[in-house]
Design a protein around this ligand. Structure first.
Ligand code: ADP
Ligand code: MG
Length: 472
């Protein structure tokens, strides 16, 4: 196994055992620089990552390496900036949200908001670049999207849009849980149009990236250029719009751009992890705009569909697993397609590394750790235990009426986590704390925005959630 293959396999394991946000934060732009005499050197983009990988994730990484049959006892990190590999493959990573695949360049980590602008316009926002970049990843096509009852309406709507730009469903709003294929479908629209009409101006952007660009353009007094750039687009694809929630200024600007495009019959396609009415603090006028178009959802695939997806992916990767193994994977990895693909990649890496033929035995062994992890469902008591331990407060303190910061902060963090991790209704959380649901909603929003603005709070929350996921 080359260093690249090995690291890809390690990332595959890490991805399954830590939260997506942490995974992207800490493993983006990392690579194996060398591996010899039981020591491994990882190239990392900055000192912060070095510290975290060496001190916090080292034994998880070493464990993953051991599971892959590597005898490595020591891990070191070296800072090499955020474009560690100059390999030609990396260029293919300019696409947003690269899916995990054998041909991928090394870190199969989504580039999403962290993505640097494409090569010709280094560190410039799109509206400042001379040439136009759609930001689409050519791997996402209608042709390689498996259609089944969980996604057929969404697929049909997306396909119609690609054939009737701006006239049929405008805006088109697709929602569904993570890893169910929203980004894939959204980008397929753009790729399909470019096949026949390469002159069309198509822009794919995540709402987080959009916000960052907007804030920068305001800061640099480029807001007019920013707006006129967006207003010249034929198809604007905004992924994960839920991140606009609570950002008034961004919503306001987005609303104006939206209206300008809409009036010109330009197409807008939006995705979200939930329906518009469930996006808290989304301005009413934006919500009603979304509701004025076509809204459709993607749900979780059934067992048959999961099997069909695995078969399709094996075909693409030129790999074959026996039917019993395929069924075993599909029965045990049920929540989302990204994990399904991740499990398959892990099996491929394992078999290649050990030079063994895939079998049900091997599959069971490889997946046993994932399955065990999935079975551990977090509970309110898990969160309570971590909060009381982390902040050194008691369960009684948390339920009392006191407003002292030493108590109210942990209480709000716990309210936030109950919502964010367990997706409990605000009213249920309220009942637990003897408070009404608006208090909980307020606490949730406060911690959520605080996390975006305050790096220390962000780190605090990462530590708590890491403990939460590892301690069980
Ligand atoms: P989301 O944006 O909903 O979180 P993605 O579009 O990123 O999900 O999908 C996650 C991965 O699963 C991608 O690699 C995507 O290509 C793949 N995928 C999801 N649904 C399908 C499907 N129906 N057929 C083929 N691949 C799929
Ligand atoms: Mg997505």
């Amino acid at each position: 196994m080359t260093n690249e293959e090995l690291w890809r396999a390690v990332l595959g394991q890490m991805e399954l055992s830590i939260s997506r946000a942490n995974f992207i934060t800490w493993f983006r732009h990392t690579t194996i620089l060398s591996r010899e005499n039981g020591a491994i050197t990882i190239g990392v983009p900055n000192g912060y990552t070095k510290e975290w990988l060496e001190n916090k994730y080292n034994h998880y990484i070493l464990k993953a390496l051991r599971e892959l049959g590597e005898n490595i006892q020591e891990l070191r990190c070296v800072i090499i900036g955020d474009t560690p590999l100059a390999s030609p493959e990396r260029k293919s990573m300019d696409a947003v949200q690269a899916p995990i695949s054998k041909q991928d360049s090394l870190p199969h980590i989504e580039q999403t908001t962290f993505q640097k602008p494409a090569l010709s316009g280094p560190s410039l926002a799109p509206y400042q670049q001379k040439s136009f970049h759609s930001n689409l990843n050519s791997r996402y096509e209608f042709d390689n999207f498996v259609v089944a009852e969980n996604n057929e309406l969404a697929k049909a709507a997306c396909f119609s849009v690609s054939q009737n730009l701006g006239v049929l469903y405008n805006p088109l709003f697709i929602y569904g849980g993570v890893g169910l294929g929203k980004t894939h479908l959204l980008q397929s629209i753009g790729n399909e149009i470019l096949k026949n009409s390469p002159e069309k101006r198509i822009k794919y952007i995540t709402s987080e990236r959009f916000t960052t660009e907007l804030v920068d353009s305001l800061k640099n007094h480029h807001i007019d250029e920013f707006k006129s750039f967006y207003e010249q687009i034929d198809l604007l694809i905004i992924d994960d719009i839920q991140f606009l929630s609570g950002r008034e200024k961004t919503q306001n600007e987005f609303f104006h751009i939206f209206n300008a495009l809409y009036q010109l019959n330009k197409q807008i396609v939006i995705s979200s992890d939930r329906p518009p009415q469930a996006i808290a603090t989304l301005e009413d006028r934006l919500r009603s705009r979304f509701e004025g178009g076509m809204i459709t959802d993607i749900s979780r695939p059934t067992l048959e569909t999961r099997i069909a997806i695995l078969e399709r992916k094996m075909n693409e990767k030129n790999f074959s697993l026996d039917p019993a193994s395929v069924r075993f994977v599909a029965e045990n990895v049920t929540q989302n397609v990204r994990e399904l693909e991740g499990a398959l990649n892990r099996i491929i890496a394992f078999c290649e590394f050990h030079k063994i033929e895939p079998s049900l035995d091997a599959t069971e062994k490889i997946l046993s750790t994932i399955i065990a992890a999935k079975k551990q469902v977090l509970t309110l008591d898990d969160i309570l235990a971590i909060i009381t331990d982390f902040y050194a407060v008691t369960a009684e303190d948390l339920k009392k009426k006191g407003r002292k910061k030493e108590i109210s902060h942990p209480r709000q963090v716990m309210m936030y986590l109950l919502r964010d991790e367990l997706t409990l209704p605000f009213s249920t959380i309220g009942a637990y704390f003897h408070r009404d649901h608006t208090t909980i909603l307020h606490a949730f929003e406060k911690i959520k925005t605080g996390k975006q603005k305050n790096p220390r709070l962000k780190e605090e929350l990462s530590t708590i959630t890491e403990r939460l996921h590892y301690s069980t």
